[in-house]
Design a protein around this ligand. Structure first.
Ligand code: HH2
Length: 275
């Protein structure tokens, strides 16, 4: 039985489509456009309302990829998903305006910029002109440096202040506030304790008034708690996403769509009387 998104579900699943040789959990698996497309359509069948297509790994220590190569990886996949009209919205996971521009022309409607508009000066204007949705994520430094002894006064307050400032910047550049999604950036320049504090106190980020997206899927803090390898972190992924949902997140960026769809539907049903 295939699992479609529940009607009026209070959450949406964003299926991860990594068209990269080096992503931390599925690098190299979907490098051919045909396999990435088949995987994307499978995720829609499992209940993904959004697909996040990325051509550059952001794992700790990852090397940057040239824009041409990133386009070569993601554009055929975005075109394929759009042509299949599978019913999922397409997000492009990029911090380069040229890649975002081509992705939007190919059928994407969301730009997921892990640098929150700090990498490409033209990105804000491009998003504004296209009236695309924009995900602003918190990260300290760059993927190459972010895990070098991350330190915060109060991680939740610092992340909240950063997201507030980035949202103000985006709006000043012409992006409609209603188009903005916020993401605390789990694993991006954070220790296990920082990640756990962000999940537990996620309500403080939700209080900023925009939809909150969370990406814990298979990340290393789950491994550091459970001792599990990357392919064995589904249970930890479910636990963290259910907690984030209970605290007000509505968008969940995950590799394993079907089990997360079940888990969040049950959590939503259980919490419905209290909401
Ligand atoms: N995490 C990853 C990549 N992009 N975007 C948002 N908004 N939030 C996240 O938490 C997030 C993200 C890292 O995960 P993954 O894509 O699986 O790995 P890699 O960056 O190695 O491709």
């Amino acid at each position: 039985m295939s699992a479609s998104p529940a009607q009026n579900a209070p959450f949406e699943l964003m299926g991860i489509v990594n068209v990269t040789p080096d992503s931390f959990s599925d690098g190299g698996r979907y490098l051919r456009p045909e396999s990435a497309l088949a995987h994307a359509l499978e995720l829609v069948g499992e209940g993904a309302a959004l697909l996040d297509v990325g051509g550059e790994s952001t794992r700790p220590g990852a090397q940057p990829v040239a824009a041409d190569e990133e386009c070569r990886r993601v554009i055929p996949v975005i075109e394929g998903i759009a042509a299949a009209a599978a019913g999922a919205r397409i997000s492009v996971d990029t911090s380069k305006a040229v890649v975002a521009q081509r992705a939007l022309a190919a059928g994407a409607t969301i730009v997921n910029d892990v640098t929150a508009l700090r990498a490409s000066p033209e990105m804000a204007e491009l998003v504004a002109r296209a009236d695309a949705q924009l995900c602003l994520m918190h990260m300290v430094g760059t993927p190459r440096t972010m895990q070098h002894d991350p330190h915060y006064e109060d991680v939740v307050a610092d992340v909240k202040r950063f997201l507030e400032e980035r949202m103000r910047f985006a709006v000043a550049e012409g992006v409609a506030e209603e188009r903005i999604i916020l993401d605390p950036g789990i694993g991006f320049g954070k220790t296990t304790s920082h990640n756990l504090q962000l999940i537990t106190r996620l309500g403080e980020i939700v209080a900023l008034g925009r939809p909150v997206l969370i990406g814990t899927s298979r990340k290393s803090f789950i491994g550091s708690i459970t001792g599990r390898e990357v392919g064995e972190r589904l249970a930890g992924t479910i636990a963290t996403n259910v907690l984030a949902f209970e605290r007000g997140a509505t968008l969940f960026r995950v590799h394993d769509v079907a089990p997360l769809n079940d888990a969040l539907r049950v959590a939503a049903a259980a919490l419905a009387p209290a909401r």
